[in-house]
Ligand binder design. Sequence first.
Ligand code: B12
Length: 480
Amino acid sequence: MAKDKWGKRMSKIVFLNSPQNLSELYNELGDAGSELPPLGLAILAAVTREKGYDTKIIDALALKITIEKTINAIIAEKPDYLGITSTTMSIYTAAEVAEGVHKANPKIRIILGGPHITAVPEETMNIFPIFEIGVIGEAEDTIIELLNALDEGKSINKIHGLIIREKEKIMLTDKRKPIMDLDRMPFPAWDMLPNLVKYYQPAADTMHRYPATLLITSRGCTGQCIFCDRSVFGNLCRCYSADYVIRMIKKLQQDYGIKELFIEDDNFLLFKKRLKEICERIISEKIDITWSCLGRVDTIDEELLKLMNKAGCWQINFGCESGSQKILDILNKGVKKEQIEEAIKMARKAGMDVKGLFMLGNFGETKETIEETLKFIRKIPLTDFHITCFTPLPGAAAYNLAEKYGTFDKDWKKTNMFNADNFVPHGLTKEELEKYYKKAWMAFYIRPRIIVNYIGKLRHPQIRKKVLKGGMGFVKFILK
Ligand code: B12
């Protein structure tokens, strides 16, 4: 039991990532999917631990345990507080666990946080009466103010960034300002997660070397794309300093032997000066790391790409979305089709692999725009590819526009982005969309160049295992 400096028992918080199975998240492609550490929870746990709270993380998703086992594991910890993270996909399981915990021990105060409650706070509180307190947005400061107030039995109404149920009423407190100085925060508490190497792996096609892990080094995105939920970090872009990032990399290497990173920032390439510094330090300090990242096609230049490649970056994942300019404009992507093509060529020339991320069944989509996309996919020199079904996510502008553009089933359980159950644009049927979805995967993958590239990735036994399992899932999906 943790105690403060006067020997008083500090209260205990358990942070939870709700249970879910990979096929719920990715359908047949589950075995190829990412299993990545919940960095939001790991940072919050580091913060509460630093402030003296007895802290524990239960990542039921990584541990692959059932709802019942999750509830038992929480109860066994005898916490004062349970902090649950939520995406739209996980909110129903989060509520189920919360109900089970409340039934077993009503004294445990349940706090909900994460992208889903941030995106649609009132709607969520109305649907799930089990939740009493929700934290909106970034929570590193909010959680401490909240726990301190609850511990002391004080009112929480003046704490910024909350949604609170009080008797029959739901009230939002003032908005919390984004954290500007990210460096003041501790590293994620990787040590409190289940073993980082054993339980977490990026998707088969994102792993170049093993062991690999996820890293987030900035917050916010200037983009205005209507399909993206930017509720937590918003448009204000902030980043950890280059020095902080280098120290995180070194810690991951020393403590977990990490050799490969997947940097999944919303807009990693935006911070050019910092990026240059990170690359230069990796090179000059001979840090043995390879990495890939996400990027917007309008944030790159040739010189930087070459430097990134020299510093171990072997792949960029560009959000291409569609091969139709009409669709790109509807999505408010803010880029031209030619820019996408140009950026891919530039990255390839700099020695990098390029994975194109696409969506199908977008607002305004027709058979013609889909055919245009399929043609584009085969024409541009991508080395890898990913496509999801367009899904109007709570928190994204598309959520409130969807009914104008098609048939929208708002059911939050259907937002895994791998089926056409959620949104079908006017003029197309669900069956047609599913047919095209399969066709798109095949259009890209069933080509000798791509298959050879995949075989080339089978260096480490763990990567081989993941790619082969993913390949079998792919065959199942095609034959379905
Ligand atoms: C890495 C990532 C993943 C990884 C790992 C997710 C994980 N375990 O955390 C993988 C690939 C597995 C994944 C899967 C999915 N993802 Co994802 N993912 C991300 C990404 C790029 C980064 C997440 C991250 O680490 N952020 C950094 C941390 C610090 O931020 P954070 O997690 O939001 O946490 C902060 C706050 O939210 C809050 N908070 C979070 N939890 C809690 C809990 C408590 C108690 C409190 C008080 C506060 C709190 O405090 C934290 C610190 O400030 C985000 C985009 C983004 N910019 O965040 C999308 C994002 C979270 N994913 C999204 C989606 C849609 C999905 C999928 C459905 C897609 C799919 N099928 O592949 C699945 C669903 C997974 C699930 N179980 O629900 C959406 C969620 C939108 C929504 N409305 O729910 C996002 C926001 C992308 C987007 N812009 O649209 N994802």
